[in-house]
Design a binder for this molecule. Structure first.
Ligand SMILES: [Mg+2]
Length: 235
């Protein structure tokens, strides 16, 4: 058999983080959260005491509500996130972000391959992910995703991604054939928890050294060396 896509070719599933991995939005997410807090609590918060990068939007919303003495019930979190999505939709077109180096080229290389599946594993809500990726022309590359709507804890999202992969592709991806790509230690941790191969990129707020401390399987400064990245990762 010489066909590149015959049934015996092992499929690989690539699960991508969004913020500071695929794109940067010019700070739209942070600004949207700040606006919600300003609107609701009449406070200018810099969120110095709230961890944001690598966490889920629902987890972040719960932390913010707790800080302002609101019980983070599912209902309260959902209301907060509705406000957040409204602000995000308004801010995204006003701010200048960009696609991260090498990302578009890599997605263009991987997407046509029948034995490679592109999907999302992100702390964004599904609607937030769509707003952000549509703004930068990347939404259509991805087949499905696991989102903050699925679970507040990022470490639980791998199971949702795998279940969706099975549902959509009738193929149970072995964990050794699943890649988790992200820019924070939280991305690495969530991949390791279910046995995925972890690929860290130092294009966000976490330094190369901070990422290395979480022992990802691969660590890149960025993905700009497209051919090398594709070859090393067998993409
Ligand atoms: Mg990120």
């Amino acid at each position: 058999m010489t066909s590149q896509t015959d049934a015996s070719t092992p499929k690989r599933l690539l699960l991508w983080d969004i913020d500071s991995t695929l794109i940067t939005t010019g700070g739209a997410g942070d600004k949207a959260l700040k606006r919600v807090v300003a609107e609701r609590f009449r406070v200018r918060d810099d969120f110095h005491d709230i961890e944001i990068a690598g966490r889920t939007d629902s987890g972040i919303a719960a932390s913010i509500l707790r800080k302002y003495g609101i019980d983070p019930t599912a209902e309260h979190v959902a209301e907060f996130l509705e406000d957040y999505l409204r602000q995000l939709a308004e801010l995204l077109p006003q701010l200048m972000g960009h696609v991260m180096p090498g990302v578009k080229e890599i997605l263009d290389h991987v997407q046509p391959k029948a034995d490679r599946v592109l999907a999302l594993l992100t702390g964004n809500l599904r609607r937030g992910a769509k707003l952000k990726l549509q703004r930068y022309g990347l939404w259509e590359y991805f087949d499905f995703g696991a989102f903050a709507d699925d679970h507040q804890d990022r470490n639980e999202l791998g199971a949702f991604a795998r279940a969706r992969a099975l549902e959509k592709h009738s193929h149970d991806f072995e964990v050794a054939r699943i890649d988790v790509i992200g820019d924070t230690g939280h991305d690495i941790a969530c991949g390791k928890i279910f046995g995925a191969r972890t690929i860290a990129v130092a294009t966000g707020s976490w330094t190369r050294e901070q990422l290395a401390a979480h022992s990802p399987d691969f660590l890149f400064d960025d993905l700009s060396q497209v051919d090398e990245v594709i070859a090393r990762l067998d993409w």
